[in-house]
Write a protein that binds this ligand. Structure first.
Ligand code: ADP
Ligand code: MG
Length: 356
C-alpha cells in the first residue's frame, strides 16, 4: 500500500477537543502507527461482516477468473468499522497495489489527474471521505470510472483542443461515513455499494484477543469480553482499549488481562459499560434534562450541543440506536428507560409506562 498524498496527516478535520478521546471512533493521531501494525491483511484475519465478506469473495473470484478488474466499490458506515482495512484486504486478495488518498487532499484538478495517470492496470485507488470531493474533481472522475479515459484540454483561447487520454482499467474503492452526502451521479458509478455494520461483542472479543496476541499480552476470555462490551461496536475503539488496558495489566497487575483487570482499568479510564463517548452522553443527557426524554427534533439537538445534524445522524446516532439507548420517532428522538438508568437517572413514570 502506498500513501500518495502529502496531506494525508491533515485529512481528518480538526474536531473539538473532547474530554475522553479514548471512545472516539475517529482515528486519533496516536493511533496511526499502532493501527497499521495490527490491521488485518486477509479475509481470515478480518473478523465479522460475514455477509459482506462472502459477497466480496465471490466478486473477487469472478473478476480473477475473467481476468478483469473489480467493479468500483463504495463502503459506507460509521468510523472505525473497517472500511480502509477491507479495501486493503481486497487489494491483497486481488494481488494488486492500492493507492490511498482522501477527498480533501484532491483539491486541484491536477491532484486527481496525477493520481489517475500514475495507476497501472488492475490497481486499486482508495479515496477516503469520498463525500467531500469537489465538483471539478468529481467530473474528472466520471469518465475515468465509466470508460477509463480523461478529457484534457490543451492550448489557449482559439487553439483549445480536447484530448481524450486513455487510462488503464483500475478499480476505485470509495469510503464514506456520510453516504447521504454523496452526489447521485457519483453514487451511480459504483457497481457495488455496501454498508458496514457494528460488530457484536463476540466479534469484538475476537478482535481484542488477536490484538492482545500481537501485543504479546496474556488475556482470558472474560477479559476480552469485558473490553469488547465497552467498545461501542467498533474495532478501532476495541484496539485502543486493549492497548490501554495492557499498560495497566503490565504496570499494576501481573501482566495478564482478566475480567477484573479489564474492568478496573476501564473504570479508571472512565469508559462506561456501553463505551459511550462524550458526544453520546451529552446528547442523551440533553434530551433527558431539557426535553423530558423527548421526542425532540434532531435540528434542535444539533443546535444545542453544537454539532452538525449530519454528524449526529451518521456518526453518533447509529450506535445509540443499535444499543437501544435512543429511538427515532416521526416526531423526533426519544431516549429509552435504559438510557436513564445508564446515566444514573431515575426512570420517570411517564417513560416507564411508555411502550418504548
Ligand atoms: N473486521 C476487522 N477485524 C479486525 N480488526 C479490524 C476490523 N475492522 C477494523 N479493524 C481494526 O480497526 C481499525 C480501524 O479500521 P479502519 O479500516 O481504519 O476503519 P474505517 O476506515 O472504517 O474508519 C484498524 O486498525 C483495524 O486494525
Ligand atoms: Mg478509514
Amino acid at each position: 500500500m502506498s500513501i500518495i498524498s502529502d496531506d494525508i496527516e491533515n485529512i481528518t478535520p480538526k474536531r473539538k477537543q473532547v474530554k475522553n478521546p479514548m471512545t472516539k471512533a475517529e482515528t486519533l493521531e496516536t493511533d496511526r502507527n499502532f493501527e497499521d501494525s495490527i490491521r488485518p491483511k486477509t479475509f481470515e484475519e478480518y473478523t465479522g461482516q460475514s455477509a459482506l465478506k462472502e459477497t466480496l469473495k465471490i466478486t473477487i473470484e469472478a473478476a480473477k477468473k475473467r481476468n478483469k478488474p473489480l467493479d468500483h466499490l463504495l463502503f459506507y458506515g460509521p468510523p472505525g468499522l473497517g472500511k480502509t482495512t477491507l479495501a486493503g484486504v481486497i487489494a491483497g486478495q486481488m494481488g494488486v497495489e492500492m493507492k490511498i488518498t482522501s477527498a480533501p487532499a484532491l483539491e486541484r484538478p491536477r491532484d486527481i489527474i496525477g493520481i489517475l495517470m500514475s495507476l497501472k492496470g488492475g490497481e486499486i485507488l482508495f479515496i477516503d471521505e469520498i463525500h467531500r470531493l469537489n465538483r471539478v474533481t468529481e467530473e474528472i472522475l466520471y469518465p475515468a470510472m465509466e470508460d477509463f479515459y480523461l478529457d484534457m484540454t490543451t492550448g489557449k483561447a482559439q487553439t483549445v483542443k480536447t484530448l481524450r487520454v486513455p487510462l488503464p482499467k483500475f478499480t476505485l474503492i470509495g469510503a464514506t461515513t456520510k453516504a447521504g452526502e454523496l452526489s447521485g451521479p457519483l453514487r451511480d458509478r459504483f457497481g457495488i455499494i455496501h454498508r458496514l455494520e457494528f460488530y457484536t461483542d463476540e466479534e469484538l472479543a475476537k478482535v481484542v484477543t488477536r490484538t492482545a496476541e500481537i501485543l504479546e499480552i496474556n488475556i482470558d476470555k472474560e477479559g476480552a469480553m469485558e473490553i469488547a462490551r465497552r467498545s461501542r461496536g467498533t474495532p478501532r475503539i476495541a484496539n485502543r482499549l486493549v492497548k490501554r488496558v495492557s499498560d495497566y495489566a503490565i504496570v499494576k497487575y501481573d501482566g495478564k488481562i482478566t475480567k477484573d483487570v479489564a474492568k478496573n482499568s476501564l473504570d479508571i479510564l472512565n469508559i462506561d459499560a456501553y463505551g459511550l463517548d462524550s458526544t453520546d452522553r451529552t446528547l442523551l443527557k440533553l434530551i433527558i434534562d431539557k426535553y423530558e426524554g423527548g421526542p425532540v427534533g434532531i435540528e434542535t439537538i444539533a443546535a444545542a450541543i453544537g454539532e452538525d445534524v449530519r454528524t449526529l445522524e451518521d456518526v453518533c446516532e447509529p450506535y445509540l440506536l443499535q444499543a437501544g439507548l435512543l429511538q427515532r420517532t416521526p416526531r423526533g428522538r426519544k431516549v429509552s428507560p435504559e438510557a436513564y438508568r445508564h446515566l444514573g437517572y431515575k426512570v420517570p413514570m411517564s417513560i416507564q409506562q411508555n411502550l418504548f
